[in-house]
Design a protein around this ligand. Structure first.
Ligand code: VGL
Ligand code: ZN
Length: 199
């Protein structure tokens, strides 16, 4: 486990029941993540962290509803309800998450003009967050991904981690999905093709 890191993705109030972009059962994974974390010497968290008026918010696009897809300058973008606004209680970690020893919190989506599902690259698939460099410099070779949401931020984080040369697994029981028209099946197919181990 010395070369492994547990990457806990976006376990925040807005992605849990009662939140602004609630994922069904999002809260249910918290005890398992707390337990799993004891088996890892190294834990890193991500936090979705948007300024008000973020380009991924449907509220910024006249006449468009959340969960529709549009083209932005950097490519396709699903529009979301306003969520995880910097400094809001919705952007805070779920209060049951008990990972005081996590060594890094990487925030993403803070540029108003571009979303970032992945913990490694923004949605242009080019702009790095710095996490890849951090993990490589620390000597990690294996990443275990858990958190929210399975078919968005967990998916793209895991896939980018493989692209960067890490060995990657996703623990399905420690994730929950948003599930928009086939996104869960598409995620599983893509994991199989790209070599993300789903356990
Ligand atoms: C997420 C949609 C928008 C996620 C974040 O954490 O999966 N999904 N922002
Ligand atoms: Zn977001």
């Amino acid at each position: 486990m010395k070369n492994s890191v547990l990457l806990v993705i976006d376990v925040q109030n807005d992605f849990c029941p009662g939140g602004l972009l609630a994922v069904n059962g999002g809260n249910e994974i918290v005890p398992l993540i707390n337990k799993m974390a004891h088996e890892y010497a190294n834990v890193v968290l991500t936090q979705d962290w948007h300024p008000a008026g973020h380009a991924s918010f449907a509220s910024q696009h006249d006449g468009l509803q959340p969960f529709t897809q549009i083209e932005l300058s950097y490519g396709p973008q699903t529009l979301w309800p306003d969520h995880c606004i910097i400094g809001s209680s919705g952007a805070e970690f779920h209060n049951g998450l008990d990972l005081p020893y996590a060594e890094l919190i990487i925030r993403k989506g803070f540029d108003k003009a571009i979303d970032s599902y992945s913990a490694f690259f923004e949605n242009d698939h080019k702009t790095p967050t710095g996490l890849g460099g951090y993990l490589k410099e620390r000597g990690f070779t294996r990443i275990t991904c858990v958190g929210l949401a399975f078919d968005y931020c967990v998916r793209y984080s895991a896939e980018d981690a493989v692209k960067l040369g890490f060995k990657v697994e996703v623990i399905e029981a420690a994730t929950r999905a948003i599930g928009l028209g086939g996104t869960v099946a598409a995620t599983k197919k893509s994991f199989a093709e790209r070599g993300v181990a789903l356990r």
